[in-house]
Design a binder for this molecule. Structure first.
Ligand SMILES: [Zn+2]
Length: 210
């Protein structure tokens, strides 16, 4: 059973953040999550970690889960398998360096959701969970297209799942407010409905009747 189906079946809600850390946005999101006492999962982009190691440590220190989204945000369908594999490993290495870990295999979310066969086999053999999503918040769309209520409405309808947000810094900082409002819409819906929040590891460990 795919993990996102498991989340929906067990009624778990997972907030996931891709492409960060962002210098501006990630600390704001951490504060928001603390306000609601919710733990989330961050799929960090190695290329965004340099100079922001402290933010990575802060994410971990606040009890959130750290996963990987590769290093360069490559579309693995359009680069050679070797280049894609190197990108996966470099992404892990950047997280290791920031957290002072060694050769950890962080659960992986492919950029654009695109994985080639070589990488897929590699990750499966290494028993690295490959994580997708079930609810697109739309927070990375052009600002005129962002609907801050969308994620909340979709979460309410689905009753659980894996919500995709992005915590990289937008070039236009006025978008930050829209992103935060979008996250808040989900937090409010979940709180009102009494949904159970989980991180990726918690969902992987959760046992459900199939
Ligand atoms: Zn991404």
């Amino acid at each position: 059973m795919l993990l996102r189906h498991k989340a929906i079946r067990l009624g778990y809600l997972l907030l996931t953040f891709d492409d960060g850390p962002g210098r501006r946005l990630t600390p704001v999101i951490l504060q928001l999550l603390a306000e609601y006492k919710v733990k989330a999962t961050f799929f960090l982009l190695g290329g965004n970690i340099t100079g922001r190691e402290e933010i990575v440590r802060q994410i971990a220190a606040q009890g959130h889960e750290i996963c990987s989204h590769g290093y360069d945000h490559l579309n693995y369908w359009y680069v050679s398998p070797i280049r894609a594999l190197c990108d996966i490993k470099r992404g892990w290495q950047s997280i290791d360096d920031a957290l002072n870990e060694k050769r950890k295999k962080y659960p992986f979310r492919p950029p654009y959701g695109k994985l080639n066969l070589v990488c897929m086999i590699y990750l499966i053999v290494r028993r690295v969970p490959i994580i997708y999503w079930s609810i697109v918040s739309g927070d990375a769309w052009p600002s005129s297209k962002i609907d801050s209520q969308r994620a909340g409405l979709l979460t309410e309808k689905a009753g659980g799942g894996i919500v995709l947000f992005h915590d990289f810094d937008r070039s236009d900082d006025s978008v930050d407010g829209q992103v935060v409002a979008s996250i808040r819409s989900v937090l409010e819906v979940a709180e009102n409905a009494g949904m159970n929040f989980a991180t990726i590891s918690e969902l992987l460990k959760a046992r459900g009747q199939n």
